[in-house]
Design a protein around this ligand. Structure first.
Ligand SMILES: [Zn+2]
Length: 309
């Protein structure tokens, strides 16, 4: 794959590139980031972007010098001519680039190329052969820890409702605004109240949602800036475990969503009583999935108090 076929290096763009090749080329940076190379001939290793010397790719260590390179995608072999390191560079380097060039040449002084030995590439310190599974594991390790994930997945709601909450967390609930953005519907307006319907409107601020939130006593909820702040509301006592709290909030949001859908798809306008009843039914059903007796007891207590309202 590497090389300068037709005067180009792997990773260079060209106006005649096909769509498939463009897609493949866009994958190269991730491929380079997740692999390391044990250098042989240098013919299949990117000089600047592969991880083959030092703690990081040279592009990360010496960005000022890279900005002077007319061929950023050259291979290591192309920078090594007649037993010397010759990096193609534009003239008149800045002082920073000059000092980076000195540092790079010093680092490369003792690096020999082995013309008859192929480069060995792999994932991790032991250079495991590249595989989609290895790439997936590497990719997941790079992702920052999602502090909200526990609220979604440590929850007694059924998987469908957890998935709903996951969509909300990623701002992907198919509200009118999102569907309009994806050219699926023409209007961004809420079919209940006529306001702009993004997911915060739909779940917190629409009169349909407000009616229910007021009904269950969560009067502050419509004034929150994000649905995540529901987890910080002072409406739960200290006995409510995070799991129970998440279960109740999921049931509320899920039923607001269902109420909104019954307006949009069935032209039915559920009252706060109807939606409240649906929440209670869900929670009583989901309580069977709770293992902790104290969680179960709290859930039933919450439902009973709510029932009286
Ligand atoms: Zn609305």
């Amino acid at each position: 794959m590497y090389g300068d076929g037709a005067g180009r290096d792997l990773g260079d763009t060209h106006h005649l590139d096909t769509a498939i090749w463009t897609t493949l080329r866009q994958l190269i940076p991730n491929f380079q980031r997740c692999t390391k190379v044990h250098l042989g001939s240098g013919q299949f290793t990117s000089f600047w972007f592969d991880h083959w010397i030092g703690p990081q790719p040279l592009a990360d260590l010496f960005p000022a010098l890279l900005s002077f390179c007319p061929r950023p995608n050259i291979t290591v072999a192309h920078a090594y001519l007649q037993d010397q390191w010759i990096i193609p560079l534009h003239p008149r380097l800045t002082s920073v680039a000059s000092s980076q060039l000195s540092a790079i040449l010093l680092a490369l002084a003792d690096v020999p190329l082995l013309p008859h030995v192929p480069d060995r590439r792999g994932i991790g310190v032991d250079l495991q052969p590249f595989s989609s599974w290895g790439f997936y594991l590497w990719h997941m390790e790079q992702r920052p820890i999602d502090g909200f994930a526990d609220c979604i997945w440590s929850n007694a709601a059924i998987p469908r409702c957890k998935h709903f909450l996951w969509l909300v967390h990623h701002n992907r609930l198919p509200s009118a605004a999102l569907l309009h953005h994806r050219c699926i519907v023409e209007s961004t307006l809420c079919q209940y109240c006529g306001a702009y319907e993004d997911q915060d409107h739909l779940l917190l601020r629409c009169p349909l949602a407000r009616g229910l939130l007021n009904y269950i006593g969560w009067n502050i909820a419509p004034h929150l800036t994000s649905f995540r702040e529901l987890w910080d509301l002072p409406y739960f006592s200290d006995e409510a475990s995070p799991r129970t709290r998440s279960t109740i909030i999921t049931a509320v949001l899920w039923n607001v969503w269902k109420a909104r859908n019954s307006v949009v798809f069935s032209s039915l306008f559920p009252t706060a009583d109807d939606t409240g009843l649906a929440i209670l039914q869900d929670l009583r059903l989901w309580s069977i999935r709770m293992r902790s007796p104290s969680d179960k007891a709290y859930l039933h207590e919450w439902c009973s108090a709510f029932d009286v309202n």
